[in-house]
Design a protein around this ligand. Structure first.
Ligand code: AMP
Length: 116
């Protein structure tokens, strides 16, 4: 279900433009507007889910589809062999700014660890 005040729901409904790189029935992936790496794509469920902290119990299929979409984005972006990082920021301490579940897919250069 769409939350009209949610930025990412509005990207799903095409009210706000985005550089979409992959789409399935239940997920959509688009380039981050402020990339932190040569490849920086956000993969989200089309359904409004606030965060990993509040995701309903029956979301296993959706989470699986989200991870399959991450795999497909990595393949499309040519990151299969070089590798990539998948980040799900959750809540204030996790640095989550947009309250619609999203996986960052970062790659195209060696990424530092720990992230700080
Ligand atoms: P987070 O801090 O994990 O909530 O990440 C939110 C991400 O959304 C940030 O990396 C932002 O750069 C990105 N972002 C914000 N607005 C847009 C937008 N309109 N299109 C694409 N990415 C966006």
């Amino acid at each position: 279900m769409k939350d009209p005040s949610c930025l990412f729901c509005r990207i799903v409904s095409r009210e706000i433009p985005a550089d979409i790189v992959h789409e399935t029935e239940n997920t959509i992936a688009f380039r981050d507007i402020a990339p932190q790496a040569p490849v920086h794509v956000l993969v989200i469920p089309k359904e409004h889910v606030t965060s990993l902290a509040t995701i309903p119990d029956n979301s296993e299929a959706l989470l699986g589809q989200l991870m399959a979409a991450v795999r497909d984005v990595a393949s499309i972006e040519g990151l299969e062999d070089s590798g990539f990082r998948t980040v799900l920021n959750t809540g204030p301490d996790g640095g989550q700014e947009v309250m619609h579940l999203h996986a960052h897919v970062l790659g195209g250069r060696e990424l530092m660890w720990p992230p700080g």
